[in-house]
Design a protein around this ligand. Sequence first.
Ligand code: ADP
Length: 557
Amino acid sequence: MHRFATFHATTLSVRLGPVFPGSMMDFPLTLAHVAARTERLFPSVEVVARKPDRSIERSSWGAVIRRARRLAAALTRAGLREGDRVATLQWNGLAHVEAYLGVPLAGGVCHPLNLRLHPDEFGYIASHARDRFLLVDDVLLPVLESIRAKAPFERIFVVQHTNAPLPAGCESYTSLLASAGSEFMAPQLDERSAASMCYTSGTTGRPKGVLYTHRSILLHSLSQALAGDAPIAQRDCVFAVAPMFHVNSWGFPYTAALMGAKLVLPGPHLDAESLLDLLDQERVTLTSGVPTIWVAIRDALRAQPGRWRLEPGLRAIVGGSALPESLLREMAELGVQLFHCWGMTETSPIGTYGHVKSTQADFDDEAKFKILARQGYASPLVELRHVDDAGRVLPWDDEAIGELQCRGPWIAGSYFNSHESDERWTADGWFRTGDVVAIDSEGVIRIVDRSKDLVKSGGEWISSVALENALMAHSGVREAAVIGVPHPKWQERPIAVVALRPGASATAEELQQFLAERFAKWQVPDAVVFVEALPRTGVGKVRKSELRERYREFPWS
Ligand code: ADP
């Protein structure tokens, strides 16, 4: 009892009294609570990471949180003030989790930089965020070199995985932790203060910063611990495959910490075989990843049947771009249940989860797959609506198509230090997502397209997502993207860019015929271009802007 009381004393900070006499405590929702709880209750639960040299490093929540506290103390000694940004340039690894917790415990803001960005974009983001310090994996020092002049960090601390000497102007992360001293007074954290930040990728203009607060992170984590058929529970072994620079690895590290679940991190090795090795060896029960990752895993499982033993009932949260129904079915045959969700950098990211409701439990498998191939319904505490061009709210009849808008406690209320995009919020307080959707009577959304990816042909809209999903159901197609290309008569016409499965063959006419059986004639792409692989963004989504540029002057005959 006594020890438990001590644990409480260290976590409670501000505004403890009831707001209204006779009501509940105003208990602050902060990462200080998560750190104290996990350290006390789950110190021996494992946190495991693959290092750049492919070896496996095993730690525990107790050790990770002790080191995170040391990091908080050392950063405070180094002059970190409340609200200061500390950038990270790191793969998914142990030191990155220490930063996720340690920086906010010191009152700072942990800002993971997307290491696959173009140097110009990188430099813009680091200087716009005014990142003071940087924590960088030594294997990523060449990336740092490309931006160092553009982003003058005050101090750079290198997490050393090799014995290579430190470059000039860099210090070691180990000596930073060693400088912590013993008298660190953790600041009183306000739940509405920022703990973390990510930038949008800039596909829709200049990258914009989104600040996540202690409160928003905790509430998002709680929702992940409740989510449909893929909640994160204490008994889970959670494999955070989504990069920690992509919307905080979709919240997995924070939720695993809050729940005391085992956490596994892939390091830089995101190829299907390395991922499958960890899924097998660590007995992973829940993981994450964009559809591309699952295409590669499907191909590896099919190519080498019996090589990997996956945990029965393995579940994966899949989002970031549309999950084709064919992939959902194929992975189910291979023993992995994929759960389709929708979200954005601005939504922390989870806005919806695919889920078959209890009232639909009697539906046959066909109908259930159809439900699960959609993006799901709103998480608790998130509200959704869709509106037409005039801002009128549309009915949930699965026919009316309009822009998805959302609001909730983990949806951005504005961008960091920028009024450039204030029009993204409506006068009545909803966030305009830029995604075009239909919503059915159960509240389940279907992403038709991003508004900028819709193809407008002769005044009619064509959904690129629907065509891509259909193409990917063809046995020869590995990946497909449909883009609108300027056309002299129709304003725009769709063309399909297709990468075939290894060893498969298909002609353009065959694929067009395949689509013609499922779509109206005017919706079928006028051309199919075959490529080895589709261009990808830093987080594995198809880079449609590059394809549009490549085929801008399409030789219509
Ligand atoms: P980026 O601009 O790099 O894609 P985000 O990761 O924030 O940055 O992307 C959010 C967008 O990804 C959404 O607005 C939506 O267009 C798309 N998206 C996310 N999840 C899904 C999904 N399940 N199906 C279709 N599109 C999705």
